[in-house]
Design a protein around this ligand. Structure first.
Ligand code: FES
Length: 171
């Protein structure tokens, strides 16, 4: 056997080993990366949460404070989330559920029964009973939660939509 033939065989085996090794590394890496970061790309789906609002106030009776408790997933972590909404029947006798999250920097607004306004404690933003901005830095009205009554029970969605936005079923 010539040394040239040995060299060719050795070279061929080297290339084969590197190719197989590289393929295994690529498949393993892609699989591990999928396990590691895949869950963070899972979209959080909105949920309808059954809420006990007692007797819902009408348009002249303030708001029921409804705390939505639900599980949320953040990557691999599952935790309980809580969201506050202000719910009542509006003049047309359908539901209005206003998100308590201020549209400025997200502080929690409170309803002032005497002044009939939502007040934000952080930068003194003010909103009317529909969630429209009255004063302060908030750039937009308070958001709404889709809400419905089924079989006598109140359901409020964890989703929020801009005031005047679509509130279709399933959000
Ligand atoms: S966070 Fe509400 S006014 Fe700034």
């Amino acid at each position: 056997m010539s040394s040239t033939s040995d060299m060719n065989r050795r070279k061929f085996l080297e290339i084969g080993i590197y190719t197989i090794g590289g393929s295994i590394a690529a498949v393993s890496g892609a699989t591990l990366a999928g396990f590691a970061i895949g869950p963070s790309f899972n979209a959080q789906r909105a949920k309808w949460v059954e809420a006990d609002a007692g007797a819902l106030p009408g348009s002249d009776g303030g708001f029921a404070r409804v705390i939505l408790k639900y599980e949320t997933k953040d990557g691999w972590l599952t935790r309980e989330a809580r969201t506050l909404a202000y719910v009542r029947r509006n003049k047309k006798d359908d539901l209005i559920a206003i998100s308590a999250g201020c549209t400025h920097l997200g502080c929690i607004v409170t309803w002032d029964e005497v002044q009939q306004v939502f007040k934000c404690p952080c930068h003194d933003g003010r909103f009317d009973a529909e969630g429209n901005v009255l004063s302060g830095p908030p750039p937009a009205p308070l958001k709404r939660h889709p809400a419905k009554i089924e079989n006598g029970k109140l359901y409020v969605s964890t989703a929020t939509v801009p005031f005047g936005g679509e509130t279709s079923e399933g959000v």
